[in-house]
Design a protein around this ligand. Sequence first.
Ligand code: HEM
Ligand code: HEM
Length: 215
Amino acid sequence: MYEKRLAWSVLFRLFHWAFALSIMVLVATGLYIHYPWSNSVIEGSRSFVVAQVRYVHFVAGFVFISALLVRLYLWFFGNRQEKLWNSAPGTPANIKNLFSTICYYLYLTDRHEQRLGHNVLAGTVYILTIFVSFFQAVSGLWMLYPESPFWGSWGVSLFGSQAQARFVHYLIMWYFSIFFFIHLYIVIWNDVKDPEGLISSIFTGRKFFHKDTIS
Ligand code: HEM
Ligand code: HEM
C-alpha cells in the first residue's frame, strides 16, 4: 500500500547535518563572543577562554560556509526535489501549494498535496535561510579578515561599516535561533500528522507515500 521513495541524496543529508550542527555551535560560541561572561573569573591565567571560543567559532564558521556552498550547488545540480525551483513560489502550481499549505497549517483544511520534496511554504523559508546565511558568511569573513581588499569591498557594499556588519551578524544569530525552534516544532507536527516519515527522511533520505497520491 505504501511506496518508499528516495527524496534526499546523501550529499543533501550531509549538507543538512553539517549546516544544523555548525549553526548550533556558532550560536553558542557567538553568544559567548558577544557577552564573554567568564572573562574576569578565569581569563588571564593559564586559560584564555575567549581566544579558544573564537577559534571554535571560526572552525564551525568554515563548516557552515562549506555546507552553504554545497546547498548552492544542489540548488542547480541536485536531484529534482533539491533544485531551487522545485519548492520556490515561482510557478502557478507552487503558489497554489504555498496557500494550501498555509491553510493546512492554520487548521482550515485537512486536505493537502503530497510532495516528495518540501512543501512550498517550507521551501520559501529555506530559500530565505540560505539567503540570510550568505550575509552571515560575508559579515563573518569581513570581521575575520578586516584588511582583505576582497572581503572589504563586499563588506562595505553590503554593510557600510564593520560595526554595522557586526550588528547584522548578531541579529542574524537571532534569526537562526528562532528558526531552530519553529523548524523543530513544524517537522515534529508534520511527522505526527502525516505517515510519510518526514523526520526519518533527513537521516535515510526516504519518504513513504500512498502509491497514487504522490506528485
Ligand atoms: C536537530 C534536529 C533537526 C531535525 C530533526 C531536522 C529535520 C529536518 C527535516 C525533516 C527537514 C526536511 C523538511 C521538509 O521537507 O520540509 C529539514 C530541512 C532543513 N533543515 Fe532541519 N532539522 C533539524 C535541525 C536543523 C537546524 C538546527 C537547522 C538550522 C538552523 C536546520 C535547517 C534546515 C534547513 C535549511 C532545511 C532545508 C534544507 C534545504 O532544502 O535547503 N535544521 N530538517
Ligand atoms: C549561523 C552562523 C553564525 C552565527 C549564528 C554567528 C554568531 C556570532 C555572534 C553572535 C557573534 C558576536 C557578535 C557581537 O559581538 O555582537 C559573532 C562574532 C564573530 N563571528 Fe560569527 N556567527 C556565524 C557565522 C560566522 C562565520 C561563517 C564566520 C566566518 C568564518 C564568523 C566569524 C565571526 C567573527 C570574526 C566574529 C567576531 C569575533 C570577535 O570580534 O572577537 N561567524 N558571530
